[in-house]
Design a protein around this ligand. Structure first.
Ligand SMILES: Nc1ncnc2c1ncn2[C@@H]1O[C@H](COP(=O)(O)OP(=O)(O)OP(=O)(O)O)[C@@H](O)[C@H]1O
Length: 234
């Protein structure tokens, strides 16, 4: 299989003049399709900025970024929106569920507009929450709410799932259950899964670990035998 993403000398500057922040300082990466990729690095090193650009939520200041053979950095806003809608799912630290909707209705927000969605039941079954479909977010634990958020993100069968600190608000037992679900999504749907985390131990479950420092890639490590989420502790 080819690459899900390729970046060439990718740069991002926020602001101008003396106040300019160089968040990405020339990032060259190749990310093969179908992997679990963990991005590590100190706070402010540019991880979320990279995720947002790969996910079509933001644009680079300079350089190129490709999804497969399509150059995201050359797309119009409308094309970028279509890319996001057709190919990308997002999971954030704080679930972002609609409190007035049940788990199933939260997932339906996506399945009603996607081109080739799973059914809401299938999506909830994938995260092990089929029995909680009629529960509201306030009736679910943090880990369960995150699993609903994952069900919502994967219901459209995205090619790529971006997860920004998906376990950041969870204890490690609950966090492991969430990582387990992300691994299932990678295996069962074949989605490339990119996870930004501060918990370095989570790198053990990845096929590829990218370490960031000061807006640049410090190292890329390939794990021949990724660990199971049950084996790690943070
Ligand atoms: N919208 C923005 N405007 C100005 N500066 C920004 C903006 N977003 C991010 N930055 C700056 O860009 C740099 C990289 O930020 P980014 O959020 O990508 O880092 P990160 O590695 O994800 O950090 P964390 O682990 O704390 O989430 C930081 O110095 C940050 O302050």
């Amino acid at each position: 299989m080819g690459n899900a993403f390729t970046t060439r000398d990718l740069r991002k500057v926020y602001g101008e003049g003396p106040a300019a922040v160089h968040a990405l300082r020339g990032v060259d990466l190749e990310i093969p399709e179908g992997e679990i990729v963990v991005l590590l690095g100190p706070s402010g090193s540019g991880k979320s900025t990279l995720l947002n650009i790969l996910g079509g939520l933001d644009r680079a200041t300079d350089g190129q970024v490709f999804f497969r053979d399509s150059e995201l950095s050359a797309m119009s806003d409308a094309e970028l929106t279509r890319y996001r809608r057709d190919h990308v799912g997002f999971v954030f630290q704080f679930y972002n569920l609609m409190p007035s909707l049940t788990a199933q209705e939260n997932v339906e927000l996506v399945t009603e507009i996607a081109r080739n969605p799973l059914s809401p039941e299938e999506a909830l079954a994938l995260v092990g929450l089929e029995a909680r479909a009629d529960h509201f977010p306030a009736q679910l634990s943090g880990g369960e709410q995150q699993r609903v958020a994952i069900a919502r993100a994967v219901a459209k069968q995205p090619d790529v799932l971006f997860c920004d600190e998906p376990t950041g608000a969870l204890d490690s037992v609950t966090g492991r259950a969430v990582l387990h679900v992300l691994r299932d999504v990678n295996r069962k749907l074949g989605a490339t899964v990119m996870i930004v985390t501060h918990a370095a131990a989570q790198a053990a479950i990845a096929h590829r670990v990218i370490r960031f420092a000061d807006g640049a890639v410090q190292s890329v490590t390939v794990n021949e035998t990724p660990a199971s989420p049950e084996e790690i502790e943070w």
